[in-house]
Design a protein around this ligand. Structure first.
Ligand code: MF3
Ligand code: CO
Length: 294
């Protein structure tokens, strides 16, 4: 990444594109980041801090993203194949002049990820996968609109779902809400992630370690990696203008997972017990946070 930070003079135009002089715009902001850097913390590179124009673009993308999940929510039911969910997402996305981000992403063949019960994530929609009474399913939707990326996912409960699976879905949602409350500028991702982890563990669950959240907006997956098995005071400093996802995968049993060696994508729990996930995309603001899509 190119870093011009040291070269900007006080009276130069600010790097954010505001047109203001650097000294009247992001100079103090950069200096503050530097104080954390000097103490040995991981700090965000300028390239992952979004400008107001980029934030606007991501918000437009997020509208399409949420419209897709709303359309799925309206139609999802027992007897439907995950292929039909894929079609709903594809058609909604394209009708709004957007592009489904997963389609052809590193060879992913469909427009959305659909992960049922013990499937942790990256389930591939298929006409042979029919939703049945008692299933829980994560629908993970990612969108490109005018070059801007959005990413969110929701859980759906099909028909009569057992008490223990309902609780898993509920607690996982609470994990995301707790994470969100802890998106506070000038604190650390580890402060946030550890709170997410605590809530899952308190309820007898585990959180997947290898896969987590990520910066998102100009690209599908940007820095930082957002872990939920992190420790307070660790990981990257959160500063206004950062956009990332909170998307813990919470397992009813152990955190062990494995990848489908036939399709090369789907991740399952090793013990075969159910897993749940909700995903939001969040902007760090001057005073706290703003949810971009859920
Ligand atoms: N939406 C997933 C995420 O949250 C990414 C899925 S990649 C895909 O990062 F190719 F499987 F779509
Ligand atoms: Co994501």
């Amino acid at each position: 990444m190119i870093h011009f930070a040291a070269k900007i003079e006080r009276n130069d135009p600010c790097w954010c594109g505001s047109g203001k002089k650097y000294k009247n715009c992001h100079m103090r902001f950069d200096d503050k980041i530097k104080t954390f850097q000097l103490k040995g913390h991981i700090t965000p590179d300028r390239s992952i801090i979004k400008t107001p124009e980029q934030i606007q673009g991501i918000k437009e993308s997020a509208k399409v993203n949420m419209a897709c999940l709303d359309a799925v929510a309206e139609k999802i039911r027992a007897g439907m194949s995950t292929e039909e969910i894929d079609r709903i997402v594809y058609e909604t996305t394209v009708s709004m002049n957007a592009i489904p981000a997963p389609l052809h992403y590193e060879g992913f063949p469909k427009s959305v990820c659909t992960s049922i019960n013990e499937e942790v994530c990256h389930g591939i929609p298929d006409e042979k996968h029919i939703l049945k009474d008692g299933d829980i399913i994560n629908v993970d939707c990612s969108t490109i609109y005018r070059g801007y990326f959005s990413d969110s996912s929701r859980m759906f409960m099909i028909g009569d779902v057992s008490e223990e699976k309902r609780k898993l879905v509920q607690v996982t949602k609470e994990c995301v809400e707790i994470g969100l409350e802890n998106v506070i500028p000038w604190t650390f991702l580890g402060d946030m992630g550890s709170k997410v982890h605590e809530h899952a563990v308190r309820n007898g669950y585990s959180v997947v370690r290898e896969i987590g959240g990520h910066g998102c907006g100009i690209e599908f997956h940007e820095d930082p990696f957002v872990s939920y098995v992190s420790k307070p005071g660790e990981e990257m400093l959160m500063v206004p203008g950062m956009v990332f996802t909170i998307e813990p995968m919470v397992n009813m049993g152990t955190d062990d997972i494995y990848q489908d060696d036939k399709n090369g994508w789907t991740i399952y729990t090793r013990d075969g017990k159910p897993s749940a996930q909700w995903e939001i995309q969040v902007l760090v603001t001057e005073t706290g946070h703003e949810v971009l899509c859920w």
